[in-house]
Write a protein that binds this ligand. Sequence first.
Ligand code: HEC
Length: 141
Amino acid sequence: MRVIIVAVVFFIALSGFYYQDNYLSESVKRGQGIFEMYCIACHQGDGKGIPNVYPPLAGSDYLLENTEKALEAVKYGLQGEIEVNGVKYNNYMSMLGLEDQEVADVVNYTLREWGNSSDKVIRIEDVEEVTKAKEGATAKD
Ligand code: HEC
């Protein structure tokens, strides 16, 4: 009996890991497609952007260290002065109109491409938190 319980608990734990791995790999795969459709024109296929015009995502401290801000940028666009890896940019990224899950997918991709090796796993709930905070500032409910 005890062996069965241990086996069942082990199996449940294992399927939890499997689920997470599966979520991440599927999300990154979708994210690559979204990147190639929506982001590549500015941030470039090598993720390095264009010096002084489009900031890099490859090795970007903004993306890797302030991931919530990056989620907000990808969801709502970004303008005004920002600093990425010590370089100032003062340009404009338009709002791309992505769904919350698409934002999570493309950010999961960028966190793991071009030598980026974040272990953050973005879920739709993380994007919803950002949108709630943002929309809470303007909506009354
Ligand atoms: C029209 C060009 C353009 C497109 C398309 C675009 N961006 Fe940007 N992105 C910018 C610019 C310009 C900035 C800096 C804005 C500023 O100076 O305030 C920026 C900033 C960022 C930042 C924060 C700074 C950094 O380098 O880490 C992230 C993250 C980001 N973009 C991700 C994306 C993703 C993901 C997509 C596609 C879903 C995308 N961008 C599409 C132009 C673009």
